[in-house]
Ligand binder design. Structure first.
Ligand code: HMG
Ligand code: MG
Length: 307
């Protein structure tokens, strides 16, 4: 079993209040002691689009790396890869989606455009000895396009594998997947792609995240993305809440007899570090009475789909 702790990236990218760089680094350092195998530290994306993670270089510069832990980051393009290599990341993650609408809003290109962007990223990352993960967002539902068909997801996964991506993270961006939908996708996916190359990334908007983790586990997947304290959400996926909580994933898998090797007390210490900075409503809905955007219902300039 491997837990990929995505809290410092997926968790903090949607926080409205600024979190000091030194607190983020301390958060990663405490997470390093918990027993998680991999920590997604930050994202080398446009700081104008995701100002919350604009200090990715500085965070990487401050963390104390523990042997055996993989420190990864999101990389959208070659510029991001340059920054990631300078920061001595251990692994990079590119990201695309099945939904064309979500891709436009999130990464300002189409699925095809994103694959073309990834080609030089994958090639150079491999030359540098870095493994590459590929996220497939909106793998079940899209906030803009609705239900996503599993066949379409599989076609994107196969495209990523074909360009040399090492591991694919199947992502329920909106947190709306049901266990039946997860089964349907895995029934079609796992005969094609070995389960050791598949990670499952559940957001927990409708409270089915743990059921979805357990269904995936029953199919033999062993890599789970989660976020301590269920922090998180994508600023470009209106309505989505945080990732499934790392604490809950650890407890659920251990109940099934798995040795996950993650210390719950240390996880709790990591999350408490952020307490002074977390806002109550991570969905950033208008608090000042300002009108919400007609398309996405968000009013805050940083997260509105129309800005
Ligand atoms: P673009 O196509 O160049 O256009 O960027 P843009 O208008 O979106 O951004 C352009 C600006 O970004 C320019 O700067 C570029 O220089 C700069 P400006 O002239 O405005 O000052 N830029 C960069 N700066 C730093 N590092 C870079 C970089 N690239 C361009 N690497 C891009 C395309 C994808 C980069 C941009 O749209 C972007 O950064 N989008 C943010 C995407 C993002 O971080 N989304 C959230 C993470 S994805 C997620 O949460 C889903 C996941 O958790 C799985 C799931 O749950 O589904 C992974
Ligand atoms: Mg996510």
């Amino acid at each position: 079993m491997k837990i990929v702790e995505v809290g410092p990236r997926d968790g903090l990218q949607n926080e409205m209040a600024p979190i000091p760089t030194k607190t983020k680094a301390a958060f990663v350092d405490v997470l390093s002691e918990t027993g998680v195998g991999e920590i997604e530290v930050s994202a080398f994306v446009s700081p104008r689009r995701v100002p919350q993670l604009g200090d990715a270089t500085q965070v990487f510069g401050r963390i104390s790396r523990k042997d055996g832990v993989i420190y990864s980051a999101l990389v959208p393009n070659e510029k991001g890869l340059d920054r990631a290599i300078e920061s001595q990341v251990d692994k990079v993650s590119v990201f695309t989606a099945v939904s064309e609408t979500f891709n436009r809003k999130n990464i300002n290109t189409s699925l095809k455009g994103s694959i073309n962007r990834f080609l030089p990223v994958v090639k150079r990352a491999h030359i540098e000895g870095l493994p590459v993960r590929g996220y497939v967002s909106t793998a079940f539902w899209c906030a803009f396009e609705g239900k996503i068909q599993p066949e379409a997801v599989i076609s994107v996964v196969v495209k990523l594998i074909d360009i040399g991506i090492d591991e694919v993270s199947i992502s329920d961006t909106s947190g709306k997947a049901s266990p039946e939908e997860v089964k349907r996708l895995l029934d079609l996916l796992l005969p094609k792609i070995s389960s050791d190359r598949i990670a499952m990334h559940f957001h927990d908007t409708y409270g089915r995240g743990i059921e979805n983790v357990l269904v995936s586990w029953s199919y033999g997947t062993t890599i789970f993305d989660s976020s301590v304290g269920a922090l998180g959400g994508c600023p470009f996926a209106p309505g989505a809440t945080g990732n499934v909580a790392t604490e809950d994933v650890v407890k659920a898998l251990e109940k099934k007899g798995e040795k996950v090797g993650v210390d719950l007390q240390k996880l709790s210490r990591a999350r408490r570090l952020l307490d002074p900075f977390l806002t109550e409503d991570r969905r950033s809905l208008p608090k000042d009475g300002s009108p919400a955007c007609a398309a996405c219902q968000y009013s805050t300039r940083e997260v509105c789909c129309q800005r």
